[in-house]
Design a protein around this ligand. Sequence first.
Ligand SMILES: C[S@@+](CC[C@H](N)C(=O)[O-])C[C@H]1O[C@@H](n2cnc3c(N)ncnc32)[C@H](O)[C@@H]1O
Length: 459
Amino acid sequence: MTQLSLENEQAHISAQSIVPRPIHYLGSKLRVINEITRSLDSVESTGGPICDLFAGSGVVSAALAKSRPVIASDIQEYSRVLCSAVLAPAPVTDHYVSVLNKTILKSEFREELLFAFEPLIRNEERVVNEAASGNSNELCCLLEHGSLIAFARSDDRPHSCSQFDSMDATLDKLESIGLTSGRDAILSRYYGGVYFSYRQAVELDNILFQVNQLEEPIKDTFLAATLSTTSDVVNTVGKQFAQPIRPRDRSGSPKSNLYQLVSRDRNRKVLDVFREWSFRYIALTAPKFDNTIVRGDYREILSGDTIGSARAIYADPPYTRDHYSRYYHILETICAVKIPDVTRVATKGISRVSRGIYPTDRHQSPFSIKTQAPGAFESLFEGVRGLSVPLIVSYSPYAQGTRARPRLMTISEITKMAGDFFRAVEIRSAGTIAHNKFNSAQHNTERRFDAEVLIVCLP
Ligand SMILES: C[S@@+](CC[C@H](N)C(=O)[O-])C[C@H]1O[C@@H](n2cnc3c(N)ncnc32)[C@H](O)[C@@H]1O
């Protein structure tokens, strides 16, 4: 990139001075943000602090922080990182970003990883080229069996995959440089081939390695840029991390559009995407107020000290059986300091690492478990009642006859229960929200329009 185009890029990003959508996120409230902020302003008109108890991607907290202090909390560490980068941005110069990006590009660790993964990178280039010319058999194999950790831990090896030789060669090379275990090559070893190209996974690991050496609060800024990059380049339908691309149709033949399904995402240049995100994060202006960002279960937060100053609570809990921790597990792995153990599934008596390479200890939200959801709401209402402040709950009603995922509670069940804890309960429409949903029958995205309601509870 020339100096002039780099400056243009920076100027353009500075002009935006916001991160409108830090990650691709199912259930983001971006499209109904005005309705949410208006409703919160109507129940808390003094400009006092508001706690966003299930902050997720942080977009509601970011919108609220323009006019009042915010306490953002969520059970997931990646949410804390995103909120920290946006609500309490570290002062970082353009020069710092340029130096960091140079360090990332020139690092020895990157050379080592490229050396180890060279057999798999080369094999991937070959099979993608073959797919471009109409033969996708080997690409199917790569997508279905590409995870090195799954390969190393499986007893059976499908005989028709030529890339297994490259996997053996890569494992040997990793062994020679002491990287077969530990956190340092985790994205390449676990998710390379399946969610990202091997080259992309290596670049992400290298970025993470360098970012993990930074001090707080700067570290959160660049971890957030790493999360945004990962979310941008991941090669799945809908950009979540729950279901890798299924390369075959029902008859077991390679999908006719397989090359198109993989080539766009896998050709994204990770270092370029990371640099763009880095500039976007550092262009954020200093917040007007002191915001607080914490990670925690909502029940602990409600009974702890952090929330003491909150004048109102906004709660946007999950409303389907789908656990957020499954959809975003790779983002959590990036931020968590531990190495995930991965789930296994047994088919026809053979146990294999799960296709999505999910961690065994993913957070299970009570809001996403049918038998626990009523108790989860009761704890929410009880906790907020103890604070004597207004509460606004976002929830999406289930429209019978649609293909939307069933909700775990109905709006009338929630409002009836809220009535036992609050003086007044009112339902407001927040309009409709378009979600890209995964269509399990066709493994394709489809747009669904879910109604959103705000349940306003006054003490
Ligand atoms: C619907 S999403 C929030 C979306 C967010 N408002 C946005 O627009 O990005 C629900 C969030 O609840 C969080 N969550 C689930 N169970 C939780 C719990 N027990 N305590 C705290 N957060 C929880 C999930 O991690 C997820 O980020």
